[in-house]
Design a protein around this ligand. Structure first.
Ligand code: ATP
Length: 352
């Protein structure tokens, strides 16, 4: 794999589209101070994911890399750089023989990344370049003054540089990751052991509860059986009671029917008796009147008799008067007898 070409447009001093072909014949770029040689290196590092503006010799924000204008040209609003790699040896782990990495930045500060023309994330580019020695931190690109920096690094920092360059950083990182995971797993295991211990403590009471629950379930079945039987018995018993009550009701209905017929009969009899009572009352009144008349007659005859006696009338007249008196007395006692019978009848009717 090798870098085949660089296409820059609007990046730093490259206001016009710049195409550098690296076909194996070019080995270096020369030029006077300030002619933009370092800008080419910045462009490469920028596409490879450089995020520090200072490393790119900018001032404040990433939009500083956009051509800022000159005496003869206006400033631009967008900068882009594209790197084209030959990957016929498949050094980069993708199925393409040529790979294009492109980065774009707008004045707003928004960055865009492209892999073979497809929009992608910075992370995708970092993953692709990891351990190839081409990452932004790699030392394939050594800027001015950085040789010094490498020499002044501590041994462990230098080791990182060599590991990255030799491609074992990936394994070191994986090892570190694995160790981190292992430690996490150990911690998790400790927690699991704690939980197991905790659960062990709960085991005995749970066992007791389980036995209770089993006992309950077993007896619940029996209880259900008895409850069903009891219910069936209750139902049949109630059913029988109901039938009896039904019969009783029918009997009572019958009686009620008879009583109501009796009542109507009694009502009729009462009306009849009432009528009869009225008649008897009337008869009684008539008889009373007659009795009064007879009594008056008797008294009158007694008076006459007495008078006759006094006047010493003849015995014949006396006998006639006696006879008349006797007949009247008989009538009186007969009327009194009738009256007693009527009273008796009246009493019976009233009782009825
Ligand atoms: P030296 O040999 O001194 O290191 P050089 O050839 O490497 O110089 P660079 O440092 O690459 O030159 O280029 C510096 C030039 O780039 C300066 O002229 C500077 O004005 C110009 N430059 C940097 N950033 C921008 C920008 N955003 N817009 C326009 N021109 C820029």
């Amino acid at each position: 794999m090798y870098l085949k070409g660089i296409i820059a447009n609007g990046f730093k001093s490259f206001a016009d589209k710049l195409t550098i072909s690296l076909d194996g014949k070019n080995t270096c770029i020369v030029g006077p101070n300030g002619s933009g040689k370092s800008n080419v290196v910045d462009a490469v590092r920028w596409v490879l994911g450089e995020q520090s503006v200072k490393s790119l010799r900018g001032e404040g924000s990433m939009s500083d890399v956009i051509f800022s204008g000159s005496k003869s040209r206006k400033a631009l609003n967008v900068a882009s750089v594209e790197l084209i790699f030959d990957n016929t040896d498949h050094f980069l782990n993708v199925p393409y023989t040529e790979i294009s990495l492109k980065r774009k930045v707008y004045r707003s500060g928004e960055n865009e990344y492209y892999l073979n023309g497809e929009r992608c994330r910075l992370k995708d580019i970092n993953n692709l370049l990891m351990d190839t020695g081409m990452g932004k931190e790699s030392f394939n690109i050594i800027s001015q003054g950085e040789v010094d920096k490498i020499l002044s690094h501590s041994a462990s920092d230098r080791r990182v540089i060599f590991e990255e360059a030799s491609g074992i950083l990936k394994y070191r990182k994986r090892k570190e990751e694995a160790l981190r995971k292992l430690e996490k797993t150990h911690n998790n295991m400790d927690r699991v052991n704690d939980i197991i211990h905790e659960l062990d403590l709960q085991l005995a009471p749970l066992k007791e509860q389980r036995e209770d629950a089993l006992f309950y379930l077993e007896n619940k079945k029996g209880l259900d059986h008895y409850e069903v039987a009891l219910l069936a018995y209750d139902i049949s018993h109630i059913h029988m009671q109901l039938e009896e009550e039904q019969k009783d009701k029918e009997k009572k209905d019958q009686e009620l029917l008879l009583l109501s017929s009796d009542t109507s009969k009694n009502d009729a009899k009462m009306i009849e008796n009432h009528y009869r009572l009225e008649q008897l009352e009337k008869e009684k009144q008539d008889l009373n009147e007659r009795l009064l008349k007879v009594t008056e007659e008797v008294e009158r005859i007694h008076g006459e008799k007495k008078l006759l006696k006094e006047q010493s009338k003849t015995t014949k007249e006396e006998n006639e008067l006696k006879e008349e008196s006797r007949i009247l007395l008989e009538q009186k006692s007969k009327i009194e007898g009738n009256l007693a019978t009527i009273k008796e009848d009246l009493k019976l009717i009233i009782e009825d």
